[in-house]
Write a protein that binds this ligand. Structure first.
Ligand SMILES: *Cc1c(COP(=O)(O)O)cnc(C)c1O
Length: 329
């Protein structure tokens, strides 16, 4: 495709998307196809010769659209919102057009600096404390998902709790279990992160909740004390500001008291509801989160950004880089 052909095809695709948005309410919210229907419409082998872009658009209409569950439909009320918007689609297009791999500052200074500045803006918009800003000890970084952010928080906490031995010698060398605490209503990504970090599901303590489905801090304290007495190393508490099932808010300040007393990393999972703190009258939901070591919220849920954009901040960026950075030749 030449740049000239791209101009034409690109305009056609933008038109196709705008047409879709204009008539999205005409579709059933949930895809009506039987399992395997989309597969049955596709050839088993990739075509030898390319097709014109018109044929590709026709396939989008005839094969893909029937197999789409319409997350942006006004009648979609499952899971959580898909925060897409026209400006965010254009942003994605611009990023794809530049084809940048932003792994280091030098691989594209604008990628690093725009990300850093915008995450500072977003931190201020949410009323996060000064320590989370790049101009202080911390900073923000975009992750593909809250699941990844929580995994990264667990890895940073693991390295802090083991003074770096987890990475250097492996966890078995410690001869002491590392324990993790979260509410019984936490998102499944917490357990998945614990598994991926090599701590094992048996290291998780699901702390009981009260009648509002919020973590009971006195139960957390008892569990931490019992683990310390048994020789374990309490490593991280994942507190929720808005659980996925009921938007329950854990008492983060009381949880932070326990974390500070026992030197445990506090990660706040505000993936779902964190966006609400943009509103001054709802900022109270982040009470206590200013004492967290790390914090995640998902612009791709309520902030009009399409999947995938998860915003992750840490209070001490050295804790993150020392846990995760390797400088290859
Ligand atoms: C949606 C959600 C997650 C996972 O978010 P992804 O970005 O899909 O990984 C984690 N925690 C809570 C509370 C959520 O609502």
């Amino acid at each position: 495709m030449t740049p000239e052909e791209f101009r034409t095809a690109g305009r056609d695709l933008v038109d196709w998307i705008a047409d879709y948005w204009e008539r999205i309410e005409d579709f059933p919210v949930r895809s009506q196809v039987e399992p395997g229907w989309v597969t049955s419409q596709l050839p088993t082998h990739a075509p030898e010769a390319g097709e014109g872009f018109d044929a590709v658009l026709q396939d989008l209409t005839d094969v893909v659209l029937p197999g789409v569950t319409h997350w942006q439909h006004p009648g979609f009320h499952a899971y959580f919102n898909s925060g897409g918007s026209a400006p965010s689609v254009l942003g994605e297009l611009a990023a794809a057009g530049l084809g940048v791999q932003g792994m280091l500052w030098i691989t594209s200074p604008a990628a690093t600096e725009v990300e850093t500045v915008v995450l500072d803006w977003l931190a201020r918009l949410l009323g996060l404390p000064e320590a989370f800003l790049s101009t202080s000890t911390g900073g923000g970084v975009i992750q593909d998902s809250a699941s990844s952010a929580t995994l990264v928080a667990i890895l940073a906490a693991r390295e802090r709790a083991t003074q770096g031995r987890g990475n250097a010698d492996g966890l078995p060398s410690l001869n002491r279990p590392l324990t993790v605490y979260t509410s019984a209503h936490a998102h499944s990504s917490v357990e998945k992160g614990v598994r991926a970090a090599g701590l094992g599901s048996a290291s998780i303590r699901f702390v009981p909740v009260d009648e509002a489905f919020a973590m009971r801090p006195e139960a957390l304290r008892e569990m931490v004390e019992a683990d310390v007495a048994a020789g374990a190393i309490p490593t991280i508490v994942v507190a929720n500001v808005g659980t996925t099932s009921s938007t329950a808010i854990d008492p983060v300040a009381a949880i932070a008291d326990v974390c500070e007393e026992f030197d445990v990393w506090l990660h706040v999972d505000a993936a779902l509801a964190g966006s609400a703190a943009v509103l001054p009258e709802l900022r109270w939901i982040l009470e206590g989160s200013d004492r967290a070591d790390s914090f995640v919220m998902n612009p791709h849920k309520w902030l009009l950004v399409n999947m995938d954009c998860s915003a992750f901040w840490v209070r001490d960026r050295m804790a993150l880089t020392s846990a995760l950075s390797i400088d290859p030749e």
